[in-house]
Write a protein that binds this ligand. Structure first.
Ligand code: ADE
Length: 245
């Protein structure tokens, strides 16, 4: 997959993407990242990319032309490439959207700064607008890094263990179950007995029960309108009874 990032602080995204799973995915050729700075597309000595907003108000707005040129260079001769603008005014990213994006051959991500980007370039050059949550960041770089991480870990071969992404929270529409590692006892608390039983069927059922229970406690919205099968219903009932007790 090819991901091109357009923004004023490419080093912020690059630094993040050179670490861990995404760094490894780059080394293995699973994802190719490139960075484009609108500042490189202006000629004046001070390399100005922003100006005051028409109509007044605080802050500065990124000018259309340098952003448009950076996007055009990033997109190159790839009409199928979608341009995504990271902005708090976009649709909120979720697991389903991440899976859709991960199926694309290439993406161009536009990270804004200041108060925003001139609306005309968004209309002319942006295909989709995505937010990573209902809060405002100082710029789109952190959001671009989040999107890249979420997408790249879904690409075949990106994770050492192929089941890891499938077992993630949300992959099954549920929150993840709790995890434990050595030592068996830490500050007086023991690892749940079942996890050391070696009984894979019991372990699977316990994990499913914990996933269902956590989702019920923390994110009941995820269970609304969802049909649970007989086993899931029984496990969630078990969890609820234990919780209430
Ligand atoms: N830029 C600023 N805030 C953002 C957010 N919440 N999501 C995506 N991009 C942003």
């Amino acid at each position: 997959m090819a991901i091109d990032v357009v923004g004023l602080f490419p080093e912020a995204v690059r630094g993040f993407c050179d670490c861990g799973i995404v760094g490894r995915a780059q080394q293995f050729g699973i994802v190719a990242l490139r960075f484009w700075n609108p500042r490189d597309f202006v000629q004046d000595k001070r390399r100005t990319v922003d100006d005051r907003p028409y109509g007044g108000g605080p802050g500065m707005v990124l000018m259309a032309e340098p952003v448009a040129q950076a996007i055009e260079q990033a997109r190159g001769d790839r009409p199928e490439t979608r341009v995504l603008y990271l902005s708090p005014a976009g649709r909120v990213l979720d697991h389903e959207a991440v899976m859709t994006l991960a199926a694309r051959p290439s993406l161009v991500l536009l990270a804004g700064r200041y108060e925003g980007v001139d609306e005309r370039v968004i209309r002319a050059a942006v295909d989709e607008e995505w937010s990573i949550g209902d809060y405002v960041l100082s710029g789109g770089e952190a959001a671009a890094a989040v999107l890249i991480d979420a997408v790249v870990r879904q690409l075949p071969g990106a994770l050492g263990h192929e089941d890891s992404a499938r077992e993630d929270s949300f992959a099954a529409g549920l929150l993840d179950y709790p995890h434990y590692t050595r030592p068996e006892e830490w500050r007086g608390e023991r690892v749940p007995e079942v996890l050391m039983s070696g009984d894979h069927a019991r372990i699977r059922a316990w994990r499913l029960r914990e996933s269902l229970g956590r989702t019920w406690l923390r994110r009941p919205d995820l269970l609304e309108g969802r049909e649970l099968d007989a086993e899931q219903t029984r496990l969630l009932e078990e969890f609820k009874q234990e919780y209430r007790g």
